[in-house]
Design a protein around this ligand. Structure first.
Ligand code: APR
Ligand code: PHB
Length: 392
């Protein structure tokens, strides 16, 4: 097989990149190791920056998002039994964010791709990338039990944290930066209308809790739990009791309960691989970096990487100039480190550190108070949360 751009991975990064290239008349093939049903049912995040919504709109993938997406004008911070509204449009000159599940974005992009191309192969697992330094890198993959090869002008590794693209970088070139956090998130989906119009980020006495949503009738909630927690350690009643305690405020408010339909535990990690380009191989999304979910940046960073990759590859295609491709890694990593910093700060500010003391707790509360008392401090949070501008 031969194509211009070989894309490994059919998650949001790979699928959106294929769409952007296809619309610019550039031929590509997407290889996805899982089945379509698996890819369409993975529960993931759901908070989209304005730039992510704009990118989906520009490439014609926002029809359902326009109808079902929930536009949010801010978030609520809770601590010391008080609630504080952070108003994004007021603080950022009009920016908002939108709740729309990543699973739904993947469904929308798969449907478009299967309707009018380019080629998307499911159960096609890339096993090696050969000669990334040459003009014709080759992806070896196994599809329906048969080993095949895809010869490309460029390869983009959108194969997530457990993919193979990152390992193709020579060890002498790769630098990795990692941080593990001493807690995890227990996430649940519940068939109950959200108890609040906005997302609530709470630093409760027992630790962090987040109230999010998927639709007017489905809530998405998260609780800080110790690492190595099993979901079965947490019967539904215990989850609701702990959520209610962490969201508790002195004002009249209570958390609605309902049937829990899904439960899972996610560890919290920061990870960055540098550089994001080697020869004619680019990395994008989780293949190159992971952030803890507290800042809602994972999906949005993947989207900003592929927007930059698409621009750079389109510029090469139209003008023959590789200038943007030469800056790809540097431009992405600048944003990646800003998001890594923001996600780290949000995580540390809101979670109870199992090894922390009363002094640390007081500092957390002082940081939160500063945000709610100072307009520039709130504006800084709002600018990062709604998304820093793309560098181009
Ligand atoms: N060959 C083909 N496909 C592969 C291979 C491989 N060797 N290895 C992994 N994949 C596929 C996975 O099955 C998955 O569908 O690559 C895809 C990667 O998708 P994601 O993990 O969703 O990563 P990405 O597209 O970068 O999406 C951004 O940020 O914080 C997260 O939740 C957020 O998952 C989202 C991600
Ligand atoms: C979610 O809705 O799943 C969500 C929202 C905000 C976050 C993390 C997850 O920070």
């Amino acid at each position: 097989m031969r194509t211009t751009i070989g894309i490994i991975g059919g998650g949001p990064a790979g699928l959106l990149l294929a769409r952007l290239l296809h619309r610019a008349g550039i031929d590509c093939v997407v290889l996805e190791s899982r089945t379509r049903a698996y890819a369409e049912h993975r529960q993931r995040a759901g908070m989209l920056e304005q730039g992510t919504v704009d990118a989906l709109r520009e490439c014609g993938a926002a029809d359902r998002l326009e109808v079902d997406g929930l536009v949010h004008n801010g978030i609520e911070l809770r601590f010391d039994r008080e609630r504080h509204h952070i108003d994004f449009p007021v603080l950022t000159g009009g920016r908002t964010v939108t709740i729309y599940a990543q699973t739904e974005i993947v469904k929308d992009l798969i449907a478009l791709q299967l309707a009018d191309g380019p080629q998307l192969l499911f159960e096609a697992e890339a096993v090696a990338i050969e000669r990334p330094e040459s003009d014709t890198p080759v992806v070896r993959f196994v599809h329906q039990g048969r080993e095949q090869s895809l010869t490309c002008d460029w390869v983009v590794g959108c194969d997530g944290f457990h993919g193979i693209a990152r390992d193709t970088f020579p060890a002498a070139l790769s630098r990795t930066y990692e941080h593990d956090y001493p807690y995890s998130w227990l996430g649940v989906l519940a068939d109950v209308p959200p108890s609040c119009e906005e997302l609530i980020y709470a630093r409760g006495e027992g630790g962090f809790a987040l109230h999010s949503m998927r639709s007017p009738s489905v809530s998405r909630l998260y609780l800080q739990v110790p690492n190595e927690t099993f979901p079965d350690d947490w019967p539904d009643e215990r989850i609701w009791d702990e959520l209610s305690a962490r969201f508790a405020i002195d004002a009249d408010w209570h958390l609605e309960r309902g049937p829990i339909t899904a439960k899972s535990v996610t560890p919290m990690r920061s990870y960055v691989h540098e550089p994001m380009r080697h020869g004619r191989l680019l990395l994008a999304g989780d293949a190159a970096h992971i952030v803890p979910p507290t800042g809602a940046k994972g999906l949005n960073l993947a989207v900003s990487d592929v927007r930059l990759a698409a621009r750079a590859l389109i510029e090469l295609h139209r003008t023959g100039s590789a200038q943007l491709l030469d800056r790809y890694s540097e431009l992405c990593l600048d944003r990646v480190w800003q998001a890594t910093r923001f996600s780290y700060d949000m995580t540390r500010m809101l979670h109870a550190d199992p090894d922390g003391d009363a002094f640390e707790h007081r500092l957390q509360l002082a940081r939160l108070r500063r945000i709610t008392a100072s307009r520039p401090a709130a504006a800084e949070l709002a600018a990062n949360y709604t998304g820093l501008p793309l560098p181009l």
